[in-house]
Design a protein. Structure first.
Length: 88
């Protein structure tokens, strides 16, 4: 599906990261799953899982699908739970 205006960058996964996970910068310059609503998330990984040390694409602008950890209403803002899943 086209994603006009998308900014997608590649980073190294510092830990194993499932696809469609909200991520933040890790301590070694790569990315890790966001672990709280207050984390400074940088984007959402694409649909592919990444093992530790693999390259993962992160959608940083435009639209992206995220795994949900509960019910989220259409158009509602989301944040990360402790597993990098989206919550209202």
């Amino acid at each position: 599906m086209p994603n006009p205006g998308a900014l997608i960058k590649s980073y190294t996964a510092e830990v194993a990261i499932p696809g469609r996970t909200i991520v933040k910068f890790g301590s070694a310059g790569g990315v890790v799953p966001a672990a709280a609503a207050t984390d400074a998330a940088i984007g959402i990984t694409d649909q592919l899982d990444a093992a530790q040390g693999q390259v993962v694409d992160v959608v940083m602008s435009g639209s992206a699908e995220a795994k949900l950890a509960g019910t989220v209403g259409a158009g509602a803002p989301v944040a990360s739970n402790a597993s990098g899943r989206a919550v209202a």
